[in-house]
Design a protein around this ligand. Structure first.
Ligand code: ADP
Ligand code: ZN
Ligand code: ZN
Length: 835
C-alpha cells in the first residue's frame, strides 16, 4: 500500500500535502501552505516556491518541510507556483541558515534575504483585466471607480503600474479594493523569474548533410563561384570535427568566433538562409575565461614543511591557524591544499575579506583552477551570482572564491574552508541583519560538513591566537619570506619634535618628504597609508599629541562638539573638554580630522610632476575602478599610491621601495578596545607591501610619541610580544576573548523616548544579568543616524555561560521594552560579537 493514501471504509482519499516555508521576512516562525494536487509530484525540500502573503504580496519562499498536517490557527493558502524541478537549497545549507539566525539573534527569513541572490527572487507585476461577466448597471460606481474601469479591457490585461502612475498609489489601492469586492476586475499576478541565462548565437552544419556525403559534395560544387561561403564552411569544418562526430556538430560553434576571425557575416547568413547551416541560440557562461592553465608552483622547503604540519593538524579535526609573515607564500600553500581536496571529490570555499583583495589573488587562482572555480562577490551582477549558485549545484564548479556572503551558497560536499586574512573586520556584517561574522560562521559551516578549516594571516586576531595557544586550534608558523627576501626596515619619525623645529609640511614631516623623493629618484614606488577611521572626532594636543583617555575603559574619549564634552564610547563616562593639555600644559587643544583626499592634495602640491593616485572607498565605487588603479600601480604608471585600509590588503608588488604611515596615534587612540590590535595589524600588513623580491623596503611611521610602549613592538613586527602585552589588557578589563560581547542599539526618532527606553532597558538587563555584565548606557560617537537617535548598551557575557540561555534572556529583555505602548516607535538592534 502506498504510504500516502489512507483507506477508510468504502472511501479512499489521498491526504493533502502542506509545506512549511521560510519567507524572506523578519518573522520568527515558518508559514504553512497547501500544495495543489497538480504540484505534488514536484515538491521537495529546498525548492523555491511562489506564495501569496498578507493582502497583496507575492513572495519567493523556500520549502523547509513537507508534511500532512494542516495548521491549527489559520487556513493555509495555496502555493502559486514551484519555480524549479531540482532544489536550489540543500538541507545542510538550511540548517546552517537556522544556526545563523539562532546565534546572531535574527530570523531565518533575514538570513534567507542575505543568502538568496536577488536574481533568484521573483519579480511580480500585477496585471489587471475587466471581468467580462461584470454588468455595470448592477452597481452604483463612484467616478473614480468608473475611471479606473474605463482603462481596462476585457481581453488584454494591462500592468497595474500604468494605472498607479495615472491615479497615484493611494487612490489606486482604495478604488481597486472596491472594484474587487464588486467582482468588476480580475487581478492577475504575473510572475517572472529574474534570472535570465545568457544566450549566444551559434552555428552548425545542417544535420542531414552530415550523414549524406553526396549531398555535401553537391553543396560545395554549387558554391564554386561563392568563395566566401566556401571559406566559412571550411573554417567551420576545421574548428568542429562535424563529419567524424555527430555530437560535435550538434554543439556547433559560436558565430561570433568566425566573424571575429574575419569571415563574412553576410555569407554566414546566406548559408543559413539556403539551409546549408543552422543558426541556434546556446546558453553560455557570463564568465568567460580564456586563461591558459599553468601548473602550480613548486613549494619551497619551508612551504612544504608548513603544508605537512597543516595536514597533520587536519587529522586531529581541529581548525588550523596558519601564521605566516607577509610574503611567506601562503597563497601557494592554499593552492596545494585546494588541489588535494578537489582531487578527493570535495568542494572548497576560499573566503576573502573584501572585494579589494580579490583582484590579484583571483587572477593567481584562476591560472591554476580555471573554469573549475567560481568567484562570488557583491560587485558581480545578479545574473552572474545566480550562475555561480547554479554551477555549484550542477557540479560545474567545485571551488568558490568569495567574500563573506559566499558562506550562504549551496555547498553540499565541502571538504575545506580557507579563511584568508582571518583577522579582517570586514568579515563581520553590521547592517542589515544577519549581523554575522563570516569567519566564525564558516567554522560552524565546516563542522556541519565535517570539512577542514584553515585560517591564514600574517597578524592573527587575538581571539584566534588565543585559541591556538590553548590548543583549540593547531598553530602552524612560517617566519621567513619566500625566496629569502627580507622584511622591510621600519622606523619611526617623531612629529612632535618635527613640529617644534617647524619641519612639517602639512601632514608630512620633512624626513618623510625627503625619503619619498629619494625613493622616486631610484625609480621605485611609494605607498602612503592613512587609516579610514582617521575621522573619529578626538581631542588632541597640537604640541605633544596627548589624547584624553577614559578612566575606566582604556579607550580614548570621543569629542562631542555640541555639548563640548568628552565621553567614553563604552561606559558612558563624561567630562567637560579640557582647555589645556594635561600632559604638557599647552593650550593648543584641537580636534583634528583629515583624510586621504587631503593627503593626495598635499602630495600633488609637493610632487607636481609625479603620477599620484588615491585608493579608498570614494575612488573605488565603480565596478572596474579598483582593478584599474591596482593595474596602473602594478605596471608602474602610478608612482605614489595614497590610500586607506585597502592598500594594506594582500597586494603583491615588486617595486615598492617605501611605505609611509601618516599618523600612528590616530589609529591607536580610536575609541575601541581593539584599537591597539587593529593598529598592529594594519601597520604590519601595510609594511608588508614594501620591498618584496630582492630589495629590502623601507617603512616610515609618523607618531607624536615614539616612546609609547607599542612603537618598538610595531617597529620589530613582533607578533608574539604584541600578543603577550595585549592579552593582559584584555584579561584585565574582561574583554574578548575572555568574554563574549553583545551590543544592544536602541534607535528612535524622539530623543527623550530613546533616553527613557535605554535607561529602562539598562535596568532590566542589570536585573536579569547582574551589573557586572552590563556596560552603559552610552551615546555612540555617531549618535544620530538618518534622523534616529542611537544609544548603546554592551553586555560582557562570561565564556562559561550557556549561549542559548543568554540569548533567551537578551530577547526577553528587549521584548519587555518593545511591548510597551510608549515605546512603539523604538527599535532595538542586537549585535552579537560586534567588531
Ligand atoms: P603571502 O600571501 O604569504 O603574503 P604570497 O603568497 O603573496 O605571500 O607570496 C609572496 C611572493 O612569493 C609572491 O610573489 C609569490 O608569487 C611568490 N612565491 C610564493 N611561493 C612561491 C613558490 N613556491 N615558487 C615561486 N614563487 C613563489
Ligand atoms: Zn569608559
Ligand atoms: Zn600636550
Amino acid at each position: 500500500m502506498s504510504q500516502l493514501s489512507f483507506t477508510s471504509g468504502k472511501n479512499s482519499f489521498t491526504p493533502t500535502y502542506f509545506v512549511d516555508v521560510i519567507l524572506p521576512l523578519p518573522l520568527h516562525k515558518l508559514f504553512t501552505y497547501r500544495v495543489p494536487k497538480s504540484m505534488e509530484a514536484e515538491i521537495a525540500i529546498g525548492c523555491r516556491v511562489v506564495v501569496p502573503f498578507g493582502k497583496s504580496q507575492i513572495l519567493t519562499a523556500i520549502i523547509q518541510k513537507v508534511h500532512n498536517d494542516s495548521p491549527k490557527e489559520y487556513v493555509a493558502k495555496r502555493i502559486i507556483d514551484i519555480l524549479e524541478v531540482s532544489p536550489s537549497f540543500n538541507e545542510v545549507q538550511l540548517k546552517f541558515y537556522h544556526w545563523i539566525a539562532d546565534y546572531y539573534l535574527c530570523t531565518p527569513g533575514e538570513v534567507l534575504q542575505a543568502g538568496l541572490p536577488s536574481g533568484l527572487k521573483v519579480n511580480t507585476t500585477s496585471l489587471l483585466q475587466r471581468n467580462p461577466y461584470f454588468d455595470e448597471s448592477d452597481y452604483v460606481l463612484s467616478i473614480e471607480e468608473q475611471l479606473l474601469l474605463h482603462h481596462l479591457s476585457v481581453d488584454t490585461p494591462i500592468e497595474s503600474l500604468k494605472i498607479i502612475n495615472l491615479m497615484g498609489k493611494k487612490a489606486y489601492t482604495k478604488v481597486l479594493k472596491a472594484l474587487i469586492t464588486k467582482d468588476a476586475v480580475l487581478l492577475i499576478d504575473h510572475i517572472k523569474e529574474k534570472f535570465s541565462p545568457k544566450l549566444k548565437k551559434c552555428i552548425r552544419l545542417e544535420p542531414s548533410l552530415i550523414s549524406n556525403e553526396e549531398a555535401l559534395e553537391e553543396v560545395f560544387r554549387q558554391l564554386e563561384k561563392r568563395p566566401k561561403q566556401i571559406d566559412v564552411l571550411m573554417a567551420y569544418l576545421r574548428e568542429v570535427p562535424a563529419l567524424e562526430d555527430l555530437s560535435a556538430n550538434e554543439n556547433g560553434m559560436l558565430q561570433e568566433d568566425l566573424v571575429k576571425a574575419g569571415y563574412s557575416l553576410s555569407s554566414i547568413n546566406t548559408l543559413a538562409r539556403n539551409g546549408i547551416i543552422e543558426q541556434f541560440d546556446k546558453e553560455v557562461s557570463r564568465f568567460k575565461k580564456n586563461t591558459k592553465l599553468i601548473p602550480p608552483k613548486k613549494l619551497s622547503d619551508k612551504q612544504n614543511e608548513a603544508n605537512t604540519e597543516i595536514l597533520t593538524g587536519f587529522q586531529s579535526n581541529k581548525p588550523v591557524l596558519l601564521h605566516g609573515i607577509t610574503g611567506s607564500g601562503k597563497t601557494e600553500i592554499y593552492i596545494e591544499l585546494i588541489l588535494e581536496v578537489l582531487a578527493s571529490g570535495h568542494q572548497v570555499l576560499y573566503l576573502l575579506p573584501e572585494i579589494a583583495l580579490t583582484t590579484q589573488i583571483v587572477a593567481r587562482l584562476e591560472q591554476v583552477f580555471g573554469d573549475n572555480m567560481g568567484v562570488y562577490h557583491s560587485k558581480y551582477s545578479a545574473n552572474e551570482r545566480v550562475e555561480v549558485w547554479q554551477n555549484l549545484i550542477s557540479g560545474k564548479i567545485n571551488l568558490v572564491v568569495g567574500v563573506r556572503s559566499s558562506v550562504f551558497l549551496p555547498f553540499d560536499n565541502l571538504g575545506l574552508i580557507i579563511i584568508d586574512e582571518e583577522h579582517d573586520s570586514s568579515y563581520k556584517q553590521y547592517d542589515p541583519a544577519p549581523r554575522y561574522n563570516a569567519r566564525d560562521a564558516a567554522l560552524m559551516l565546516a563542522q556541519m560538513h565535517k570539512a577542514k578549516t584553515l585560517l591564514g594571516t600574517a597578524t592573527p586576531s587575538l581571539e584566534s591566537y588565543q585559541l591556538a595557544i590553548t590548543n583549540k586550534y593547531t598553530l602552524v608558523t612560517i617566519s621567513e619570506r619566500f625566496g629569502g627576501s627580507v622584511l622591510p626596515q621600519v622606523s619611526a619619525i617623531d612629529i612632535s619634535k618635527a613640529l617644534k623645529k617647524k619641519k612639517m609640511r602639512g601632514n608630512f614631516s620633512e624626513e618623510l618628504v625627503q625619503t619619498i623623493d629619494n625613493t622616486l629618484s631610484k625609480e621605485e614606488q611609494v605607498i602612503i597609508f592613512q587609516n579610514r577611521r582617521g575621522y573619529a572626532p578626538l581631542l588632541s594636543c597640537k604640541d605633544c599629541g596627548w589624547v584624553p583617555q577614559c578612566k575606566h575603559c582604556d579607550v580614548s574619549l570621543t569629542y562631542h562638539q555640541y555639548s563640548s564634552e568628552l565621553r567614553c564610547h563604552y561606559c558612558g563616562y563624561k567630562t567637560p573638554s579640557p582647555s589645556s593639555c594635561i600632559s604638557c600644559g599647552s593650550v593648543a587643544m584641537q580636534t583634528v580630522s583629515f583624510g586621504t583626499e587631503q593627503l593626495e592634495e598635499e602630495l600633488k602640491h609637493m610632487f607636481p610632476e609625479t603620477e599620484i593616485a588615491r585608493l579608498d572607498l570614494d575612488t573605488t565605487k565603480g565596478r572596474g575602478s579598483y582593478a584599474r588603479i591596482i593595474d596602473n600601480f602594478g605596471s608602474g604608471k602610478i608612482k605614489i599610491l595614497v590610500g586607506t585600509q585597502m592598500v594594506t590588503k594582500g597586494l603583491d608588488f615588486d617595486n615598492v621601495g617605501l611605505v609611509g604611515i601618516i599618523n600612528l596615534d590616530r589609529m591607536l587612540h580610536f575609541p575601541d578596545f581593539r584599537s591597539v590590535e587593529r593598529t598592529f595589524q594594519l601597520a604590519v600588513q601595510v609594511a608588508g607591501r614594501a620591498g618584496r623580491k630582492e630589495k629590502q623596503g623601507q617603512v616610515l611611521i609618523q607618531t607624536y610619541n615614539p616612546d609609547q610602549e607599542i612603537v618598538p613592538v610595531i617597529l620589530n613586527q613582533d607578533y608574539k610580544l604584541f600578543f603577550e602585552k595585549e592579552i593582559i589588557e584584555r584579561k584585565l578589563f574582561n574583554y574578548p576573548p575572555f568574554s563574549r560581547m553583545t551590543k544592544l542599539v536602541i534607535k528612535g526618532r524622539d530623543h527623550q523616548v530613546v533616553s527613557q527606553a535605554v535607561n529602562e532597558l539598562y535596568h532590566i538587563t542589570v536585573k536579569k544579568m547582574g551589573s557586572d555584565m552590563v556596560l552603559g548606557p552610552v551615546i555612540p560617537s555617531i549618535s544620530r543616524v538618518r534622523d534616529k537617535y542611537l544609544r548603546e548598551i554592551y553586555l560582557k557575557i562570561g565564556r562559561q555561560m550557556s549561549i542559548s540561555k543568554v540569548r533567551q534572556t537578551i530577547r526577553a529583555c528587549a521584548r519587555e521594552i518593545l511591548i510597551q505602548k510608549s515605546y512603539k516607535t523604538i527599535t532595538i538592534v542586537i549585535d552579537v560579537d560586534p567588531v
